[in-house]
Design a protein around this ligand. Structure first.
Ligand SMILES: Nc1ncnc2c1ncn2[C@@H]1O[C@H](COP(=O)(O)OP(=O)(O)OP(=O)(O)O)[C@@H](O)[C@H]1O
Ligand SMILES: [Zn+2]
Ligand SMILES: [Zn+2]
Length: 803
């Protein structure tokens, strides 16, 4: 008897375990296969995670697998099976949720497979005699039909591997679920080496053949037609006579729109060499690539990937948010052509299926994508890269709330591959691991273009206020803008809105009101009663009118929008062209790309917007960057607020002066002495890190601890509150006796109500996940069972505390 352990795709937590099924006699099942199994009165889909010869209790009569679904559905590759288990243990998700995250529904059912003959290439470079025989068979098979089902070709003796090789070489095109997987190819024409011209009757053809023979190298088919050197008919008949070859070549090898590798700087070369050495040794290691803004990290990625491909390995590159990083993707395409697959959430289903299929079929061996690309089915992974490692978009904000860096680390470890974390402003967690010897580091201290880092001026907005300057733009920033416009250069203006108007700021001393116990900013609540609230410990204070620090009376909730900024810019400079980028102007598909490309083309003098303009862009004509309210992000109730502020300021400053004239940055702030702002102005990561780390240690925050945040949600507030309190009691009981763990009381979440549902949270800080994970899990499962199905519970391990 053979049994299969199956993860069934049923979401309910109550049935979250693996089920054993009998493998019917004669059914050919492997680990990872998709199957249909009886479940209660229904039939459901599931994945076989393991096969075994015996079960724990053989007195039970087991039901049999009804059907094998593979063939139409991609199987789970072996490393992804192991990953499911990791995700369940780490993020407390169900088997079903883990499977659906790794293999999303669009991908699970790609449908039937068809092939088309793209080009009846008689000779394809790198093809041997045996292949040539198969090519002939292929032509026969397609002589009557333009499109054949895979099953038909398999019957004729082709293997799947052979078919895929033809797809990669560009002579077949695979159609999968209505979309096609192909390398973009081009036809090239060359004379058969000893072609006997005398056999050709027509003068024109003979002349053409001689011309081809003299050239020796193949010529582009399209060029021949375009230049009138040949006609399609001539080429067809010469080929039929066996006098010329027509060959398909992938477009990227034919020199179109392609870009050559740059010659590396010393620092870049050292980084590339050390990564390649790891790949040669097939050694897993996590390496921080810390390079200042504009240091050319992308070129390091490109050249190491190239080396991985030469070794027959695949590469995975993660970028924070693909819609904002079109430039990077374009560079990857120019370097690797259609070997690049792109995966992100803003794609249509069809596009996504197409990209996924090209990875799955081995046509694409470089995957560039946002968070979810970390699950790309790459079974020859040789290199993983996370660009702008510090970005919070790598954290999934829905269940399962995974951290892409952790998934990438797991995969890299299991693939014996290096994981490269790139950033100018590494997260504290990563730098701390470098310092404690768990990660290694490579530094890029210079900009690759040889340009210096921009010069930064801090403007003290308290002084501006005293001078009765009420607007958003200080005099210094207006002067800088004027200078930039006079030089026909571009400017970027950042107005970070995160956390705006939810905190109180004193316009005289620049203090914001913080919790006496937690060192986070108090949030203004007007509902049900006006109050200031701490979201960590539930400390509550009345909404005061007088600043407790200086006694001044100009305490305001802080707030201003990008629209107002735009108006103000135009009121000072009526003739400049302004592009605004914020949630309002980027609602449509492709809107981000449009704005960024318009700006890159010089169709505007100023780009102003929220933090989405700060990241990764490489605009050549930007010489001025203005930050309108640098402190905005300092006051969000999050222990990472200083870190986020520092990162954002350094990143946005880094957009200035990358190519042309020396860059200039103006930072407006009410807190000019704050260490995050000071360090950002100096663009000194070390200075920031040395100040922040002891603060984190003192308050027992990450990287010294890890934080798990539990959220209980219900439409009625008292039920959410009750659920959270119950969870608290269960956690208290379960964690009893654990050392170095702190359990914080049930409090309203930072955003109390989302889409009509109230949210309460319980936070646990601990030093070792291994020590507490089963205890946390136990309390969580008990709470799920106790709360009833209308209350929903979520857990966020390694929480980023953003909501
Ligand atoms: N070896 C090189 N020689 C000349 N120019 C280079 C070289 N490497 C990179 N560059 C150029 O330097 C500029 C900055 O490179 P890139 O965008 O990769 O920087 P980065 O390190 O990713 O910066 P950021 O962190 O600010 O995004 C690009 O315009 C790139 O073409
Ligand atoms: Zn004050
Ligand atoms: Zn507090």
């Amino acid at each position: 008897m053979r049994y299969a352990e199956v993860a069934v795709l049923v979401r309910a937590r109550a049935v979250d375990r693996l089920f054993d099924y009998l493998v019917p006699e004669g059914m050919d099942i492997s680990e990872g296969d998709a199957v249909e199994v009886p479940f209660g009165a229904q039939r459901v889909e599931g994945y076989v995670l393991a096969l075994k010869d015996r079960v724990a209790d053989d007195s039970v009569s087991y039901r049999s697998i009804a059907k094998k679904l593979s063939g139409e559905r991609p199987p789970l590759t072996r490393d992804l099976i192991g990953l499911l288990d990791f995700m369940r243990k780490r993020y407390f998700c169900t088997w079903a949720a883990a499977v659906s995250t790794v293999l999303p529904p669009v991908i699970r059912s790609p449908g039937k497979r068809y092939y088309q003959l793209v080009c009846d290439a008689v000779s394809v470079s790198e093809m041997d005699a045996a292949d040539a025989l198969w090519v002939r068979k292929l032509k026969d098979a397609f002589s009557k039909k333009t499109r054949l089902a895979e099953a038909t070709l398999l019957e004729k003796g082709f293997s799947r591997a052979l078919l895929m090789r033809f797809v990669r070489q560009g002579c077949l095109m695979l159609e999968l679920g209505g979309s096609s997987v192909t390398r973009r190819t081009e036809m090239w024409v060359s004379a058969v080496p000893d072609a006997r011209t005398e056999r050709v009757r027509s003068d024109r053809k003979r002349e053409f053949l001689r011309f081809l023979r003299d050239r020796r190298a193949p010529l582009r088919y399209a060029d021949l037609l375009e230049q009138g050197l040949a006609t399609a008919e001539m080429i067809r008949s010469l080929k039929a006579q066996g006098l010329i070859h027509v060959t398909a070549k992938p477009l990227e090898e034919s020199g179109h729109d392609m870009e050559e590798p740059l010659s590396l700087t010393e620092e870049q070369r050292a980084a590339v060499e050390s990564i390649v050495a790891l790949m040669d040794a097939r050694k897993h290691e996590t390496m921080l690539l810390q390079g200042v803004t504009g240091s050319g990290k992308t070129e390091v990625y490109l050249q190491t990937i190239e080396r991985a491909l030469q070794k027959g390995l695949q590469a995975l590159v993660m970028v924070p948010e693909i819609a904002l990083t079109t430039q990077i993707v374009a560079r990857f395409r120019r370097r690797f052509g259609s070997r690049v697959a792109v995966l992100h959430s803003r794609m249509t289903e069809r596009e996504r299926r197409h990209q996924f299929a090209s990875i799955y079929e081995g046509v694409a061996d470089v995957v560039v994508g946002a968070r979810s690309a970390v699950f790309a089915p790459l079974d020859r992974l040789g290199l993983l890269i996370i660009d702008e490692e510090h970005e919070s978009t790598y954290k999934q904000d829905r269940d399962p709330r995974y951290v892409a860096r952790e998934i990438a680390a797991w995969r890299a470890q299991h693939a014996n591959a290096p994981l490269i974390l790139g950033s100018a402003t590494p997260s504290l967690e990563v730098m701390y691991r470098v310092e404690s010897g768990r990660y290694t580091k490579q530094l890029l201290k210079q900009r690759a273009t040889g340009r210096p880092l921009p010069e930064v001026h801090i403007v003290d907005m308290r002084q501006e206020m005293k001078m009765n300057q009420q607007g958003l733009l200080s005099r210094a920033l207006r002067d800088a803008l004027k200078d930039s416009f006079n030089h026909q250069e571009q400017a970027v203006l950042l107005l970070n809105r995160r956390g705006f108007s939810s905190f109180l700021l004193c316009r005289e001393c620049g203090e914001s009101l913080t919790c006496p116990h937690c060192d986070v900013t108090l949030t203004v609540h007007r509902d049900p009663d006006p109050a200031l609230l701490c979201h960590f410990c539930n400390y509550r204070a009345p909404l005061v009118a007088v600043c407790p620090a200086c006694g001044g009376g100009r305490l305001r909730t802080f707030g201003a929008g990008t629209q107002r900024l735009e108006q103000e810019v135009l009121s000072f400079f009526p003739n400049v062209r302004v592009l605004r980028m914020d949630v309002d102007t980027t609602a449509g598909v492709g809107a981000h790309e449009q704005i960024l490309s318009d700006f890159a083309k010089g169709e505007a003098d100023v780009l102003l917007g929220t933090q989405m303009i700060a990241k990764g862009h490489d605009f050549s004509r930007v010489s001025l960057v203005g930050v309108v309210a640098a402190d905005a992000a300092l006051h969000v109730p999050d222990f990472r607020s200083a870190e986020r502020t520092f990162q954002l300021l350094v990143q946005v400053a880094g957009r200035a002066g990358r190519h042309g004239r020396e860059g200039r940055v103006v930072i407006q702030t009410f807190a000019p002495d704050h260490y995050a702002i000071q360090a950002a102005a100096a663009q000194d990561y070390e200075q920031f890190y040395r100040t922040e780390l002891p603060l984190r240690r003192r308050l027992d925050y990450p990287p010294f601890t890890e934080i798990a945040q539990f959220i209980v949600t219900h439409e009625e507030e008292h039920k959410a509150r009750e659920g959270a309190r119950q969870l608290y009691r269960l956690l208290e009981a379960s964690l009893n006796g654990c050392e170095r763990v702190s359990l914080l009381p049930a409090v309203p979440a930072v955003v109390l109500r989302i889409r009509g549902a109230y949210r309460y949270q319980v936070v646990v800080k601990y030093h070792s996940f291994r020590a507490v994970s089963t205890k946390l899990r136990k309390a969580f499962d008990q709470a799920v069972a106790a709360c009833g199905s209308d209350v929903s519970l979520h857990v966020d391990i390694n929480s980023w505390m953003t909501l």
